[in-house]
Write a protein that binds this ligand. Structure first.
Ligand code: PMP
Length: 407
């Protein structure tokens, strides 16, 4: 597999970009065969800087939900681009998109927009604090909510004060959440939680419905806001909101990733009770009103509703999970597949240092499928049975190669 151009770009980046790359997309965090640079995407496939083509099971870490360069989304984006993207005020797309969110998301009476998931979670905390006049926010230890100083997983460059008003509980451990709420006492402003436990380097854990209902009950009892961080799961599990199947409605939800099929956009939605607080906080950004991403979001959400995107991703994810389970058994590997099938993840038993996971995912990449050794993967509606079968061809050969000691 040719890697000349990728290596050249990495060498140039090492001179002009800190660390060659930063954050979760730093190729140094992955085995060396993973491409650092990509040049093209189409449907279920991506092409790297050397021209190698892959079935993409990572979907840009979530944003690609209808497949790369979806025609209806790109047509809407192109039409808006022709008319203009950035004005001294929002375009009508802002109103249309807010109406679409309110119509689609069960717990949404209003919507406001930003750019990244971190904006959405951070603004949600501000609204909850403005509404309650309190400071403490509870989060699950190890849950990712973004890269702002209050939540970035690496504390370099932050102060203890940045997290001074946070308390922590253990995901799915209601007693620990109750204890943290007791400690916060009458200062509890909000609980922020992801729809299921999808921490990197950890098998995924679905939310225990009792845990979800228990968090709702704590918030109801104390007057705190329940914030659902739907940035990673949003519009993959349930278009009405990821805890809708559990019957637990948040007061605020944070969205980004999939809402505009790869165009930069985030959203905060909330209930009428929080509308006044959302009106009082000051939150904005030069590009938060860019009309192209909003046009793309309108097309994305409309299409997801039309084709029942979550059902399609569920079918694709089930085909993948069943195929991987059969292959692992045939090749004599004990694997754990966890989380909802729309967001697959696979680990190997007795693999604490990820030696097998790194070897197997490297073997998959060499054979034309992008998967990940320690972060969940993502399905899109472009993962047709043919695309899944092509990925399964690569994964099957990868299991055989690792078994033979030649990944
Ligand atoms: N919350 C969750 C649950 C996420 O998965 C992410 C991104 N991985 C974020 C927040 C932050 O989103 P962004 O990277 O767009 O700022």
């Amino acid at each position: 597999m040719e890697r000349t151009r990728d290596a050249e770009l990495r060498a140039r980046a090492a001179k002009v970009v800190p660390g060659g790359m930063y954050g979760h997309m730093n190729g140094a965090n992955l085995p060396p065969v993973f491409p650092q640079f990509y040049t093209e995407g189409e449907g279920a496939h991506v092409t790297d800087a050397d021209g190698n083509r892959y079935v993409d099971l990572m979907c840009a870490y979530g944003p690609i939900v209808l497949g790369h360069r979806h025609p209806a989304v790109e047509k809407a984006a192109a039409a808006q681009r022709d008319a203009g993207d950035c004005f001294s005020g929002p375009s009508p797309r802002l109103v249309e998109l807010a109406e679409l969110f309110v119509d689609t998301v069960a717990a949404a009476d209003w919507a406001m927009f930003a750019k990244n998931g971190t904006d959405a979670t951070t603004v949600s905390l501000m609204i909850a604090r403005a509404a309650t006049g309190r400071r403490t926010v509870l989060a699950a230890a190890g849950s990712y909510h973004g890269s702002a100083p209050w939540c970035t997983p690496n504390p370099a460059g932050t102060t203890p004060g940045d997290r001074g008003d946070l308390g922590y509980f253990t995901y799915n451990d209601l007693a620990s959440a109750r204890a943290a709420a007791d400690t916060a006492g009458d200062d509890l402003a909000a609980i922020i939680v992801t729809p299921f436990r999808h921490d990197a380097h950890h098998d995924q854990e679905l939310a225990d419905p009792e845990f979800a209902r228990g968090l709702r009950e704590i918030c109801d009892r104390t007057g705190a806001a329940l914030i659902l961080d739907d940035v990673r799961c949003g519009f993959r599990l349930d278009l009405a909101g990821s805890w809708e199947p559990l019957g637990v409605r948040p007061d605020l939800s944070a969205w980004s990733k999939a809402i505009a099929n790869g165009h930069a956009l985030a959203a905060i939605t909330g209930t009428d009770a929080l509308r006044d607080a959302a009106t009082r906080i000051y939150a904005t950004g030069s590009f938060w009103c860019s009309a192209v991403s909003m046009a793309a979001a309108i097309a994305t959400i409309t299409e997801l509703r039309r084709i029942d995107g979550p059902a399609l991703m569920k079918a694709a994810g089930t085909r993948l999970r069943d195929g991987l389970a059969a292959q692992a058994a045939t090749h004599g590997f004990t694997i754990n597949q966890t989380g909802p099938v729309q967001m697959p993840f696979l680990t190997f038993a007795e693999d604490p240092h990820l030696d097998v996971a790194n070897a197997w995912t490297s073997a998959c990449v060499r054979r034309g499928a992008i998967v990940h050794p320690w972060h969940n993967w993502f399905m899109s509606t472009a993962h047709t049975p043919d695309a899944i079968d092509a990925a399964l061809q690569a994964t099957d050969e990868a299991f055989a190669a690792v078994r033979a000691g030649r990944p």
